[in-house]
Design a binder for this molecule. Sequence first.
Ligand SMILES: Cc1cc2nc3c(=O)[nH]c(=O)nc-3n(C[C@H](O)[C@H](O)[C@H](O)COP(=O)(O)OP(=O)(O)OC[C@H]3O[C@@H](n4cnc5c(N)ncnc54)[C@H](O)[C@@H]3O)c2cc1C
Length: 394
Amino acid sequence: MTHTQVGIVGAGPAGMLVAVLLRRAGVDCVVVEQRDREYVEQRSRGGTVEHRVVDLLRRHDLAGGLLRTGAVEDRIEFRMAGRRYPLRYDPIAQGRTHYIYPQQFLVRDLVEAYLADGGELRFETPARAVTGIAGDSPRIEVESAAGGSEVIECDVVVGTDGEYGVARRTIPPAALDCYEHQYEYAWLAVLAQAPPSSDCVINSIHESGSCVHVRRTPEISRFYLQCPRDDTTASWPDERIWKEVRQRLALDEPWTLHEGPILSTGMVRMRSLVCAPMRHGSLFLAGDAAHVVPPVGGKGFNVALADAEELALGLIERFTAADERRLDAYSDTRLQRIWRIQEFVHWMMDLVNTPGLGTPAAPFLHRVQMARLERVLASEAYGAAFLEDYIGWW
Ligand SMILES: Cc1cc2nc3c(=O)[nH]c(=O)nc-3n(C[C@H](O)[C@H](O)[C@H](O)COP(=O)(O)OP(=O)(O)OC[C@H]3O[C@@H](n4cnc5c(N)ncnc54)[C@H](O)[C@@H]3O)c2cc1C
């Protein structure tokens, strides 16, 4: 049996940041991850790193890769009725911006930093159960890469195993309040081997549904297409995807859409979820294990990293200075911020998604949506309110 001070379930962005910070502070920890290293370092999901998270990474000397190869954005572009409406970040943002840096690159950087510091990270080691969380010696029961099983005894367990992991399910339902909202539509997430068609994020509002274009790398682009909630990837052959992207991003002026082979598609059924509190006894939740936001606005892994920093700092104070105050406040501190982000994403969902598709109210709702966007573009106060959340300096 292994013993560690902090057992971490899941090597996504949240789990890896907790691990790196603990290791550097001399707190003993073990990370278990169900997938292999290659998968974790290549899993393509988010890519927008907000201003405050760039600062967070800089503070901990973890921003090297991002600053070297990430792309800086200076505006967001909306499209509506064949016209483009750029919203420039400056002068409102006063030089603050966000970066485009694929999430998997950040995870790779964190894994490298942790292993370089001698950290213990077990890939292909799924946690089957977390037990004893009501007391002060919780355990993680894992299946080892060799096929056997093992128990890791811990002082504290950190559940960073994502939306569908085991950690949250360990908490008795009566001790956890889960607030969930399901949206009426889904987004088809498309990753294409195509150079970006724009050097900023494009959000196009269209009567058939929204379309978002985000660059990922100089060779890879991401597109999102709004579709009905019960739609499936099977109904989206490549030709249909490109036809819809062309239509929904169309401009009355010349512009070039770069097309290419489709690398992957996935149906993201939009939902928001917050589970509170983010602690039960000696188990702490962070990132998607505790809360989920739809990909609109690119907030998911940003908020996961912010959880991770706060949790790691609380754990460090507990284990190195026997001071539990920050750790005791962790859940309340983070939930306040998380609700603020939920509110912004909820609002942005209404801004960029065409409402009431296929219903008699759709034409009316679409015009209300266009008026809302016009207000964001025309009013400095509305534009500033949008940018401080979108770029993420508030
Ligand atoms: C298509 C898409 C686009 C997105 N775009 C953005 C974006 O632009 N910006 C943004 O900020 N966010 C975005 N997100 C959201 C973002 O990807 C997540 O919020 C983020 O990954 C959460 O990080 P995490 O560390 O909490 O969880 P995860 O990244 O889900 O990591 C959890 C880890 O735990 C492991 N695990 C699960 N169960 C077990 C187990 N039993 N034992 C051991 N290991 C386990 C998993 O394999 C995984 O490695 C997007 C998501 C999707 C799906």
